[in-house]
Design a protein around this ligand. Structure first.
Ligand SMILES: [Zn+2]
Length: 418
C-alpha cells in the first residue's frame, strides 16, 4: 500500500539526518480512494518518512524508526494553506476586542470612519500585523495576499508598517501585496502611482462606479498602472447591480485587449455573480475563465450565495481569504482557510467523502493530495516543504470537522507547533 509514493529504493539503509536535513517519521499521507459501485467510501493512508533538505522535499520513504527524526505522530500532512484576501495592515487583532458598529451602513460611511481612526491605528499596525500573521500560521497558512491601504489619511505609512512586519516574519511567512485605494481612486491617484513603484505586486481597486462615479475611468487607470509597472490587478467589487455587471464586463474586455494581464487579474468578492442566473451566469463564468480572471470569495453566508460550483465548472480560478479577523468591517474572522473549506462544504451541501476532499482546494491554491481518481499527486520529491500536520485521518475529515493544525512547516522549517 502506498508503494508508488516511495521515491528511494535504498529504504533498508540506515538513515540519519545530516546537518542540512530535517527528517520526519510517522507522517500520514493519503495514498488512494476505496470505492464501491456508487462512490468513494474511504480515503486510504499510510505512514511515511519524509526527508527535507534546503526547504524542499528530497525523498519520501517507507516508514521506520530513524534516530534524530521529528515524530509526526501519525498526523495527516496537508499542503500549507493560502489566505488570498486579507487586510494585514488594519486590524484590531492583538488589541482590545471590538465588535462592528451599527452606525456605518455603507462603504462610504466606512471610508469616513477610517479617515478618523486610521491615523491612530498606524501607531500599532506593525505589531498587530505580526500578531495576525502568527494567528494565520497557527491555522495552517504560510502565505497571504494582503491588501494595504493607500489613501490620503495613511499616505504610504500603512504599507511601510506592514512591510516592517513582513520583514520580521519572513522566515516563516510569505506575502504578496495589493496597493488598495480604499478611499476612492480619484483621491489617491498620485499615491497609487507612488505605491506602484514600491514593492507591491498588485494594483487594487474599489467599486469603480459607486465610489468614483465611472466604470471605465478607474478601470482604465488601474489597467494602465498595472501595465506600466508590470503588476497584477485585484479589485474589490461589492456592487451587485447593473454597474457591478458592467465592471466585470469592462474588465474582461480590458484584459482581453492586454493579454499580459491574463492569469494575474482578480475580482475580490464580485457579489454580482451571485445575482446572475442561467445563461447569463454561464456566459460570464465562461468569459472570466477565457480571460483567466480569478475570483476571490470569502464564501459569504446569508441572502447572497456565490456561484462557486459554476465558476469551478468553467475553470475560473477561485480562491478564498479571511478578509478581516476582527476590525471595523467584520468581527467574525478565525484566520483559518480549512474553516473556509468547511463553510464551502456546508453552503453547497458537499458531505460525501469525495466532495469533502475536493473542498480543500479552495484553501490550498488548488493543491490536493489525491486527484479525482485517487492517484497521489502531492507531496512529491522536489516539492517545496510547506505543509501542515493536521489532527485528521484524511482531507475529507479535516474539512468536515475543521480539524486543528498541529504544526506548520514553511520551506522545511517548523514555524508553528500546536
Ligand atoms: Zn477586502
Amino acid at each position: 500500500m502506498g508503494a508508488g509514493l516511495v521515491t528511494n529504493a535504498a529504504d533498508a539503509l540506515a538513515l540519519e539526518p545530516t546537518k542540512t536535513q530535517v527528517i520526519l517519521k510517522n507522517v500520514r499521507l493519503e495514498t488512494g480512494f476505496e470505492r464501491d459501485d456508487l462512490e468513494v467510501t474511504r480515503t486510504k493512508t499510510d505512514l511515511f518518512v519524509l526527508v527535507i533538505e534546503d526547504g524542499t522535499i528530497k525523498s519520501i520513504q517507507s516508514n521506520r524508526e530513524v534516530s534524530g527524526a521529528v515524530d509526526a505522530r501519525g498526523y495527516l500532512m496537508l499542503p500549507a494553506t493560502k489566505d488570498m484576501h486579507i487586510h494585514l495592515d488594519k486590524t484590531y487583532y492583538g488589541g482590545e476586542w471590538k465588535a462592528r458598529s451599527k452606525r456605518q451602513k455603507s462603504v462610504r460611511d466606512m471610508i469616513a470612519l477610517e479617515e478618523k481612526i486610521l491615523p491612530g491605528m498606524l501607531n500599532t499596525s506593525t505589531e498587530r500585523a505580526e500578531k495576525l500573521i502568527e494567528l494565520l500560521q497557527s491555522k495552517g497558512s504560510d502565505f497571504a495576499r494582503s491588501h494595504v491601504n493607500i489613501e490620503p489619511a495613511s499616505q504610504l505609512n500603512s504599507l511601510k508598517n506592514l512591510q516592517k512586519a513582513l520583514e520580521r516574519k519572513k522566515e516563516g511567512f510569505a506575502a504578496e501585496l495589493v496597493a488598495f485605494p480604499q478611499h476612492g481612486l480619484s483621491r489617491s491617484e498620485g499615491l497609487m502611482k507612488d505605491a506602484a513603484q514600491l514593492e507591491i505586486d498588485f494594483i487594487g481597486g474599489l467599486d469603480p462606479y459607486s465610489i468614483d462615479g465611472s466604470v471605465e475611468k478607474p478601470i482604465d487607470f488601474t489597467v494602465q498602472l498595472a501595465l506600466d509597472y508590470n503588476k497584477g490587478i485585484d479589485i474589490h467589487l461589492h456592487e451587485s447591480g447593473e454597474s457591478g455587471l458592467k465592471t466585470v464586463q469592462y474588465l474582461i474586455k480590458k484584459v482581453n485587449e492586454n493579454p499580459i494581464l491574463k492569469g494575474k487579474t482578480f475580482l475580490s468578492h464580485c457579489f454580482i455573480l451571485g445575482k446572475l442566473e442561467g445563461k447569463q451566469l454561464e456566459d460570464n463564468a465562461q468569459q472570466l475563465a477565457e480571460a483567466r480572471i480569478g475570483v476571490i470569495s470569502t464564501i459569504p453566508f446569508g441572502k447572497l450565495i456565490m456561484p462557486i460550483p459554476t465558476l469551478y465548472q468553467h475553470g475560473v480560478p477561485v480562491m478564498t481569504g479571511t478578509d478581516s479577523v476582527v476590525d471595523h468591517w467584520n468581527p467574525f474572522g478565525t484566520g483559518s482557510m480549512i474553516q473556509k473549506a468547511n463553510l464551502m462544504a456546508q453552503l453547497y451541501g458537499y458531505s460525501s467523502e469525495l466532495e469533502l476532499s475536493r473542498c480543500l482546494r479552495i484553501a490550498t491554491g488548488d493543491v490536493l493530495p489525491l486527484d479525482e481518481s485517487g492517484t497521489q499527486q502531492w507531496p512529491k520529491a522536489g516539492d517545496t516543504a510547506s505543509f501542515n500536520l493536521v489532527e485528521a485521518s484524511c482531507s475529507a475529515e479535516a474539512v468536515a470537522r475543521n480539524s486543528s493544525v498541529k504544526a506548520l512547516y514553511h520551506k522545511g522549517k517548523c514555524v508553528f507547533k500546536g
